[in-house]
Design a protein around this ligand. Structure first.
Ligand code: XUL
Ligand code: MN
Length: 344
């Protein structure tokens, strides 16, 4: 069964533990050492931000960037790993303070588009066709700062530029309703899919659904996944968990709400997620207080919880489930699910 599913995470998921209020609690680990951890933890795929692969890329030429990315490809080969996707990091440079594709300054928007082209070059060198777009700063702190209708056109224009730049790539928009912005322009799966249909190649634009981001939007992640699956647009997932409406916590998958995790696994397994090569992607961080020597358990645990929930989902008595649905006895169905989750 684990053979059916391939798992991935990003190097940022092995984390120093810092929050905005205090010091780091763990040392940084160099990229090459992180790569060595993947297989031992049961993972086959690496998710990248562009500068995870090519640090300091804004100070390198396009040729130098590709050369460095090819060196990373060789490192991946050495570890037997695939690159799952590359995402442009469009929120740390001074030119992205006011947004990237929706910045009010045209020079900043140009920077964002150029950076995205470099990201696509890196993806090609790493031999992946998937680009993830977390539109971190495409939004506002006050509504009057930008025009929300123009913003959609600007996002579509940027995506069209990327699609034209390399006809092989596919783009997965990762919606998130807030943080760092007060209000983001593409907060949910529905928004992202609507945007995909405004682009020049809708079939090449889908979504990356992150559990925590859906929860922050007040939505159920498994229903968001179902929506994307109905449109054939679930290009990848970022599984994790989230304890209510607060900052984006990136907790271990299933650690807060096991039933919510179960329903995500159930819908993915039911629709044969992974059969077209999709990875089960995690975006989880270790608890801030976790000691250095045991600060990768959140990754192995999230994978293990996913695989155990596959077994739970597959062993449900579907005949009884269907009978209870036919009888409209949802209280009994509720009990059946809870019983099953509790091992009865
Ligand atoms: C931010 C987030 C990002 C994206 C990739 O909340 O989830 O790490 O997954 O840019
Ligand atoms: Mn994510």
């Amino acid at each position: 069964m684990s053979g059916k599913y391939r798992f991935s995470f990003g190097p940022w998921n092995i984390h120093e533990g810092a929050d905005p209020f205090g010091p780091t609690v763990r040392d940084g680990i160099e990229f090459a050492k992180k790569l060595k951890m993947y297989k031992n933890l049961g993972f086959d795929g690496v998710q990248f931000h562009d500068d995870d692969a090519v640090p300091d890329m804004d100070n390198l030429s396009a040729q130098e960037i590709v050369k460095k990315a090819k060196e990373v490809r060789a490192m991946l080969d050495g570890e037997g790993l695939a690159a799952e996707f590359v995402a442009p990091r469009l929120w740390e440079d001074a030119r992205t303070i006011d947004g990237a594709y929706t910045a009010n300054d045209p020079a900043c928007r140009e920077y964002a588009k150029d950076r995205s082209r470099r990201t696509i070059d890196i993806a090609a060198a790493l031999e992946t066709r998937l680009i993830v777009l977390w539109l971190a700063r495409e939004g506002t702190y006050i509504r009057e700062a930008k025009d929300s209708s123009v913003a959609v056109e600007q996002i579509v224009e940027a995506i069209n530029g990327m699609l034209a730049y390399n006809p092989d790539i596919r783009i997965a928009i990762e919606p998130k309703p807030n943080e760092p912005m007060d209000q983001a322009y593409i907060p949910t799966t529905g928004h992202a899919i609507a945007v995909s249909f405004m682009t020049d190649a809708p079939q090449r634009v889908g979504v990356n659904i992150e559990s925590a981001h859906a929860i922050l939007a007040g939505l159920d992640p498994s229903d968001e996944m179902g929506f994307a699956l109905a449109y054939n647009k679930l290009f990848t997932v970022h599984l994790n968990d989230q304890n209510g409406l607060k900052f984006d916590e990136d907790k271990s998958f299933g650690a807060v709400d096991l039933r919510r995790a179960f329903n995500q696994v159930r819908i993915l397994d039911r629709y044969d997620y992974g059969a077209a090569g999709e990875f089960v992607g995690l975006d989880v961080k270790a608890m801030r207080t976790q000691k250095q020597s045991v600060a990768t358990k959140h990754l192995a645990n999230s994978r293990e919880i996913f695989l155990r929930l596959v077994k739970v989902a597959r062993s449900i008595d579907n005949k009884t489930v269907n009978q209870l649905i036919a009888d409209r006895d949802y209280e009994e169905l509720d009990m059946l699910i809870v019983d099953h989750l509790m091992g009865k």
